[in-house]
Write a protein that binds this ligand. Structure first.
Ligand SMILES: *Cc1c(COP(=O)(O)O)cnc(C)c1O
Length: 355
């Protein structure tokens, strides 16, 4: 079979895509950097494909003047950035296994060692070469990180491994957005624990803590969600437009019936694209700048909306699903989740277009 034939398959025909505004992302970086105290530095969190926005493209916006480090969750995510030619320091939060540690070291990737298991594996690799890590301390979240009772053994292991370099210590907040008291407790425990380790860098703030001014001079701040504010605009076009009589059913399960003669538009997007099915009969999209309600069930590949009140709506019209005033927070509130999940759920089937 010739390559020609497959080239056609690769081409982009669908009118559904997500526009990623790299200039807006860059402005968000500036806004965060401006809020940081003296000599504090930004770690741009680009895990999960930059919260669905495209890690490689946004990593290219991160320059060494403004961004000290890029953070990702998986080694694969870090390697993808290295393969794309990204040279900034990268930290992998992990966890990763012994094989992955070797690959990380080979590719100049810092390990965000989340506990004694990974530390042991890193120390083994550090018998024969230099290994750079940031050590995570559990200051109260109970998930990743070394606990206070594990700390003495961990310190001993570090001291016994001269080629293991603990460049930083860090922790993560459970409720930086809504529980200042618990956050303060976490900071106090972190400060107590980190005295046992001699590391030049420290960091604990996520977006919420950074926006609350908790970053201290000289700290790193690990900011994810705040960098993505207003960066994505997800759009499609009206594929079918029909007039249906009063009392007509719409979609699977006939969960919606028209209550008047209605103009129903079908959109070529569905839950396989990350348009959450919980938006069935729940929420609005924008047509010609006007809100139009989602009616009936969200299908795998299709969504139906009621444009009776947008009389000028026509086939081929642009429909905005996210952006232009429809925020990820708004969608998240409708379907009982958080903006992070709304972004991350937009599937690989939706092309990302950069400008
Ligand atoms: C995802 C993540 C962050 C970023 O959190 P935001 O709330 O998106 O700013 C920071 N630190 C760690 C360890 C994370 O996993």
């Amino acid at each position: 079979m010739s390559g020609e034939r497959f080239r056609v398959l690769d081409a982009d025909y669908r009118p559904t895509w997500a526009e990623v505004d790299t200039a807006a992302f860059s402005r968000n970086i500036d806004a965060i950097v401006r809020r940081l105290p003296e000599s504090a530095r930004l770690v741009a969190v680009l895990k999960a494909n930059a919260y669905g926005h495209g890690a490689v493209e946004l990593a290219r916006v991160c320059d060494a003047d403004r961004v000290a480090m890029i953070a990702v969750a998986l080694l694969e995510e870090a390697l993808q950035l290295r393969r794309a030619g990204i040279t900034l320091p990268i930290i992998v939060f992990g966890p990763v296994d012994a094989r992955a540690i070797v690959a990380a070291v080979e590719n100049d990737i810092t390990l965000g060692v989340p506990g004694p298991e990974e530390l042991t594996a890193a120390c083994e690799v550090a018998q024969s070469q230099d290994v750079h890590v940031h050590l995570k301390l559990d200051s109260g979240m109970g998930r990743m990180g070394v606990t206070e009772s594990e700390l003495p053994d961990v310190v001993q292991k570090i001291h016994a491994t001269p080629r293991l370099h603990v460049d930083g210590v860090y922790t993560h907040f459970a409720s930086a957005d809504d529980d200042p008291e618990f956050t303060q407790e976490q900071i106090e425990r972190f400060d107590r624990m980190r005295k046992a380790i001699d590391a030049p860098l420290q960091h604990f703030a996520n977006s919420a803590a950074t926006l609350r001014g908790l970053v201290r001079p000289g700290d790193y701040a690990r900011v994810g969600i705040a960098l993505y504010d207003g960066v994505m605009r997800w759009r499609t076009e009206i594929a079918r437009l029909k007039t249906l009589p009063n009392g007509h059913a719409i979609g699977y399960g006939t969960t919606f019936h028209t209550a008047r003669e209605s103009r129903i538009a079908t959109l070529p997007v569905g839950y396989a694209d990350g348009f959450n099915r919980l938006q069935s009969n729940n929420g609005t999209v924008l047509v010609r700048g006007q809100r139009a309600p989602i009616v009936g069930r969200v299908s795998m590949d299709l969504v139906t909306i009621d444009v009776t009140d947008v009389p000028s709506a026509a086939p081929g019209d642009e429909v905005v699903l996210l952006g232009d005033g429809i925020t990820a927070d708004e969608i998240a509130a409708r379907i009982d989740t958080i903006s992070y999940e709304v972004f991350c759920s937009i599937s690989a089937r939706v092309p990302r277009v950069y400008r």
